[in-house]
Write a new protein. Structure first.
Length: 257
């Protein structure tokens, strides 16, 4: 019997960096009546606010069962039903020196590989406190261009070769950190051992749940994908191609669970 249903955000609950669709906003509160729900992403909390929180029409009792884990669970947020607001349970942040070292290495790598894009939307290197992320087209490409931005992101590195070249360049420069391809145009740097499996383990410990009690739904569960570590941890997973498939999976859980 599953107790916790965990989701990736981008590509799973919504198109990349886009608010969750109406249908998803209606399904999640129903799911919260039956299960604990976790949403985990490489993105920062502010994206959860605009993509998820602002769209959910859920009661305090329902939100009490929702667990938000931005930046792969290096941050953990919950809802306080009494105060009626979200609060940070913990955050594991980089020091100032660590941040500077990582930012310098990313600049060096993108310059050496001649990968700076002429046209970008928003910051390319973003400090997410516990994660530094490089986004080739800028953080705001989808916020500013909408569908067209999603298209540009999908076209940037369809065979993942650019992200791989960046990761390969950065790894020897940052041996004490972990460097990973994130979303479509993103390379993320975190502390060693921080991936979605790290976040899931932390949550299981806090909620006193066993792996068997969890189901994870994500769009990048193949080896090398940013959801794969959860599967490798031995948690049951469902791979989806887009949010519509996730909605179908939720509807099945609402019937059977
Ligand atoms: Mg995804």
């Amino acid at each position: 019997m599953k107790q916790l249903i965990a989701f990736d955000l981008d590509g799973t609950l919504a198109p990349s960096k886009t608010p969750i669709p109406d249908k998803m906003a209606q399904l999640i509160p129903k799911l919260l009546d039956k299960f604990q729900v976790c949403i985990m992403s490489g993105g920062k909390f502010q994206l959860f606010e605009t993509q998820v929180i602002a769209r959910l029409n859920a009661s305090p009792e329902q939100l009490d069962k929702l667990h938000l884990m931005p930046t792969c669970g290096t941050r953990y947020y919950r809802f306080d039903p009494k105060k009626s607001k979200w609060f940070k349970v913990y955050a594991e942040d980089f020091t100032k020196e660590e941040k500077q070292k990582i930012i310098n290495a990313i600049k060096q790598a993108v310059t050496a590989l001649d990968m700076w894009e002429k046209k970008t939307w928003g910051e390319e290197i973003e400090d997410r406190d516990s994660q530094i992320s490089y986004s080739a087209l800028g953080q705001d490409v989808v916020a500013e261009l909408g569908e067209k931005g999603v298209g540009l992101k999908e076209a940037w590195d369809p065979d993942n070769a650019k992200k791989k070249a960046l990761v390969d360049y950065l790894v020897p420069l940052l041996p004490e950190f972990e460097v990973r391809a994130g979303g479509l145009t993103t390379v993320d740097v975190t502390k060693q051992g921080i991936d979605k499996a790290y976040g899931m383990k932390k949550l299981l410990t806090r909620l006193k749940l066993k792996k068997e009690q969890v189901l994870f739904i994500g769009d990048r569960l193949q080896e090398g994908g940013n959801d794969y570590p959860v599967k490798a941890l031995g948690i049951d997973t469902i791979e989806v191609a887009h949010w519509q498939e996730t909605a179908e999976a939720i509807e099945k859980l609402l019937i059977s669970g």
